[in-house]
Design a protein around this ligand. Structure first.
Ligand code: AMP
Length: 394
C-alpha cells in the first residue's frame, strides 16, 4: 500500500468528516463521494460529487485510492459491488446488504440465537392483519429499508390504527426513496416489518471492531436515550438503571457472532433493548455510529480511529472508558456554537452544517470522574439548550 494511504469514503456527512479528522493524525488521506455539493466532509478531504445510482465519476473517485469504506448504510449495494471489483471495500458487501433490510438483519440475529422483538414480514394489508393477530398490540410497523432516526415507523396501539399505519408507511417510502432509484414502484407495495412493541428498561449499544487480521475489540456498553426516534444522550458506562457489567459479556458474545457471520471488517454498532435479564437486538449499523461519539473524548481510541485501524489492518486500540463519559446531540435549530462553549468542561463538536429542524448539527462530549459530576454536566448542557432532560434521561 502506498504511503500515505488514501481512503475512499462513500458519503460525506459528519461521520465521514470525523473519520477524516481522526485519520489525518495517522497520516491518512481521504477522498469522499457524495451526491450533495455542500456535504461537510468536503471541508476536510477531497469531494467528488456524483450520483450513487448512476455514477459517472468513479474513475476520478478511485484514482490513487487504496481502499473504500462508507459512512452511511444506504449506499446502493450495486455501487459497493462495482467498487469491490476494483478495490477492497470494508465492511464487505454482505454486511451492507444485510443491514439495509430490517428483515434480513433480524432473521440473521435469530439464526445466530440472538434475541429480538417478535417480528413478521408484511407485504400487504392482509399480511399486516395476520401479523397483528400473531404478535399482538402494541406493535411497531417499520419500512424494511431506508428508515433512520425513527422515520418510516408507526406505532400501532389499537386495531383501528392498522389500516391508517399501513397507508401512512406506503406513502412514507416515496419520501425516503428520493434519489435512491425507485425500487418499489407505486404499484408495488412497500415492504414492511411488524415488530412487537418492547417495554424496555433501557436502550444500549455495543460497539465492536474487527480488523482485516481477525483481531476483535469491544467498547463498554453505551446507554442511549432517544426522543422521537432520534438519539439524544449517550452515557458510558451506563447509568445505574442498567447493570452494564452484567450485560457486557453477553453483548460481546452476540456482537462477535455477527462479526464472524459477516466476515466483518471495520466498526460495527448493534443497538439493543434491555428487558429484564435479556438483551434484544433492535438493529445494527455497519459503520461508525452516533452512540460511539463519546469515544472521541472518553476513550484512548475513538471509534473513528478504531474503524481506520481495523480497515488498514493495524492493531486495534484500547477501548476502556477513561471516566464517566456523556454525549448530547445538538439538534437544529438551537443555540449557536459559542453558547455551548460556555458549558464547563464541555468538548463541543460542531459539524458546520446548515441547521434545519431535526437535523444533527453537532454534539457535546463530557468526561467526568464521577457519575454525579456527569449528571451535573448534562443538566448544565440542557440548561444551555433551554430545555431539561426529560424524565427518561435520568
Ligand atoms: P430504530 O430506527 O429501529 O432504531 O428505532 C428508533 C427508536 O424507536 C429506537 O431507538 C427505540 O427507542 C424505538 N423503537 C424501535 N423499535 C421499537 C420496538 N420494537 N419497541 C419499542 N420501541 C422501539
Amino acid at each position: 500500500m502506498s504511503t500515505p494511504a488514501v481512503i475512499g469514503v462513500l458519503g460525506a456527512g459528519q461521520l465521514g468528516r470525523m473519520l477524516a479528522m481522526a485519520g489525518h493524525r495517522l497520516g491518512l488521506r481521504f477522498r469522499f463521494l457524495d451526491e450533495t455539493p455542500d456535504a461537510v466532509a468536503g471541508h476536510v478531504g477531497e469531494l467528488v460529487i456524483d450520483s450513487f445510482t448512476q455514477p459517472a465519476r468513479l474513475g476520478e473517485f478511485l484514482r490513487g485510492v487504496d481502499l473504500v469504506t462508507y459512512e452511511f448504510e444506504n449506499v446502493p449495494v450495486q455501487l459497493a459491488e462495482t467498487l469491490a471489483r476494483r478495490v477492497k471495500v470494508y465492511p464487505g458487501v454482505t454486511a451492507l446488504a444485510t443491514s439495509q433490510d430490517r428483515l434480513s438483519e433480524k432473521t440473521m440475529f435469530a439464526e445466530l440465537g440472538i434475541g429480538t422483538p417478535p417480528f413478521a414480514k408484511v407485504d400487504s394489508l392482509e399480511e399486516l392483519r395476520t401479523a397483528v393477530a400473531k404478535i399482538g398490540l402494541p406493535a411497531v410497523l417499520k419500512t424494511r429499508r431506508l428508515g433512520y432516526d425513527g422515520k418510516g415507523q408507526a406505532v400501532l396501539r389499537a386495531p383501528a390504527d392498522v389500516d391508517a399505519a399501513w397507508h401512512a408507511l406506503q406513502g412514507t417510502q416515496q419520501g425516503l426513496e428520493r434519489g435512491e432509484g425507485a425500487e418499489a414502484s407505486s404499484k408495488q407495495a412497500v415492504p414492511l416489518i411488524l415488530e412487537g412493541f418492547v417495554n424496555f428498561q433501557a436502550e444500549v449499544s455495543i460497539l465492536a471492531a474487527r480488523s482485516t487480521t481477525g483481531q476483535v475489540a469491544f467498547y463498554p456498553l453505551t446507554e442511549n436515550v432517544h426522543e422521537g426516534g432520534i438519539l439524544r444522550i449517550s452515557r458510558c458506562p451506563a447509568s445505574k438503571r442498567v447493570d452494564g457489567a452484567k450485560f457486557q459479556e453477553r453483548a460481546e458474545q452476540l456482537a462477535e457472532a455477527v462479526l464472524k457471520r459477516l466476515d466483518y471488517v471495520g466498526l460495527l454498532a448493534i443497538e439493543l433493548f434491555v428487558v429484564g435479564d435479556d438483551l434484544l437486538a433492535n438493529e445494527m449499523a455497519p459503520r461508525v455510529h452516533n452512540s460511539g461519539h463519546w469515544t472521541m473524548d472518553g476513550s484512548r481510541t475513538s471509534q473513528f480511529e478504531q474503524h481506520l485501524r481495523a480497515i488498514m489492518g493495524w492493531p486495534l486500540g484500547a477501548t476502556q472508558a477513561l471516566g464517566f463519559a456523556g454525549m448530547v446531540n445538538l439538534i437544529g435549530p438551537g443555540p449557536e456554537l459559542p453558547a455551548f462553549a460556555s458549558v464547563p468542561g464541555a468538548r463541543v463538536h460542531w459539524y458546520a452544517k446548515q441547521p434545519r429542524p431535526g437535523r444533527k448539527v453537532g454534539h457535546i462530549n463530557l468526561l467526568e470522574r464521577t457519575q454525579a459530576d456527569l449528571e451535573a454536566g448534562l443538566v448544565s448542557t440542557f440548561r444551555m439548550l433551554e430545555q431539561r432532560p426529560n424524565r427518561s434521561a435520568h
